[in-house]
Design a protein around this ligand. Structure first.
Ligand SMILES: NC(=O)c1ccc[n+]([C@@H]2O[C@H](COP(=O)([O-])OP(=O)(O)OC[C@H]3O[C@@H](n4cnc5c(N)ncnc54)[C@H](O)[C@@H]3O)[C@@H](O)[C@H]2O)c1
Length: 345
């Protein structure tokens, strides 16, 4: 297959490109403007491609907002599938600059789907997020247990423009597929993605960094003076928020499975990507302290607006429908790979 991967120079996209290069014979075409992705990541991916000697890797430095340039890429090649990672991802920035998010995340996604439609690309995998659920409303569900996990059919009520821009993209994808039987999609709603390549060749490098694990790791490595813990009075066992952390390698393998699923002729669908259990902020801090052997300063601050106490995926659907089996469901390993990677930066 020939697969167009937008955002393939970024954190999650690069791990998916890497797994395709190592495990398949597909030809990978990365489209990225390097706004938050890295040239050095592409260099590493090229090396991995040469070593694997299987499919090929090509790169277009192109901005998705340049519709004419993106169309030229669709004209030059006939893609079998599109995997769309490219997006703006900083929730707080989406509140102060919502148009950036609606333009980059929603408008550019709609344009890509238009091009898929015009150029006969019939399979799409889309990076969505647990942020589409907002503050989950468990009262709308008939929960038979007390586990409070989020299922894909729960109501979607994003509480910030980032989540809304992704939900709007999901809507464009779903409506296009409803009107066009040939167009099939898998929407993956990621929970908290963390960790790095098991062989420490690529990893997470965001500026500004807003994700918890790399921030804690920076504190452990002395790159930050302290870690700030927002709220220790939630209704959770230790009072801090609980999140479902998924290792980026397992998330990447979900994409490989999703493409096979579509290729096997299965129906379009939406899947949560998480391990189905969570860790509190305190537990993550303790894990990084233990794995790094460093004690660092933790400052308690008031709760932030819009941080639900608990966000944990129900992952039954992805396991049963895609046959996805995580291999790295281990908080220490997530922290260890994040630390090893941060040391290389
Ligand atoms: N990181 C997470 O924890 C997380 C959680 C849920 C969902 N997601 C989603 O996963 C996807 C990837 O996230 P990430 O953490 O790898 O982010 P990232 O910033 O590391 O990667 C995004 C990539 O897209 C590229 N890009 C952005 N806008 C572009 C444009 N207009 N044209 C071309 N390239 C562009 C960037 O240069 C970068 O390489 C995003 O869609 C994000 O919403 C991420």
């Amino acid at each position: 297959m020939k697969i167009l991967i937008t955002g393939g120079a970024g954190y999650i996209g690069s791990h998916v490109v890497k797994q395709f290069l190592e495990k398949s014979d597909h030809d990978i075409i990365v489209l990225d403007n390097l706004s938050t992705g890295h040239e050095s990541t592409l260099d590493t991916l090229e090396k991995i491609s040469r070593q694997s000697g299987r499919g090929t890797l090509r790169f277009y430095r192109t901005d998705l907002a340049d519709f004419a340039a993106v169309e030229k890429i669709f004209l030059a090649d006939r893609f079998d599938a599109l995997i769309h990672f490219a997006a703006s991802i900083v929730v707080s920035e989406s509140v102060t600059n919502p148009l950036k998010y609606y333009m980059n995340n929603t408008v550019n996604t709609a344009n890509l789907i238009r091009l898929c439609h015009e150029y006969g690309v019939t399979k799409m995998i889309f990076s969505s997020t647990a942020a589409v659920y907002g503050e989950p409303d468990f009262t709308s569900m008939s929960h038979t247990d007390n586990e409070m996990k989020i299922t894909e059919n729960m109501s979607t009520k994003p509480i910030n423009p980032y989540g809304m821009s992704k939900l709007m993209s999901e809507t464009v994808i779903r409506d296009t597929a409803s009107a066009n039987n040939d167009f099939k999609y898998v929407i993956l709603r990621y929970f908290n993605v963390a960790g790095a390549d098991i062989r420490n060749r690529i990893g997470e490098c965001h500026d500004p960094e807003t994700h918890l694990i790399p921030l804690i790791v920076k504190a452990a490595l002395g790159k930050k003076e302290k870690i700030t813990l927002f709220g220790d009075d939630y209704d959770t066992p230790d009072g801090t928020c609980i999140r479902d952390y998924i290792h980026v390698e397992d998330l990447a393998s979900a994409h490989i499975r999703a493409l096979s699923y579509l290729d096997e002729g299965n129906e379009s669908d939406i899947f949560n990507c998480g391990y189905g259990h969570g860790f509190s902020v305190r537990e993550v801090i303790e894990s990084v302290k233990k794995v790094s052997g460093v004690d660092f300063k933790v400052e308690i601050a008031p709760r932030r607006l819009g941080d639900p106490a608990l966000l944990v995926a129900d992952n039954t659907k992805i396991k049963t429908s895609l046959g996805w089996q995580p291999q790295y469901d281990d908080l220490s390993l997530i922290c260890q790979t994040a630390i090893d990677w941060e040391k290389t930066l």
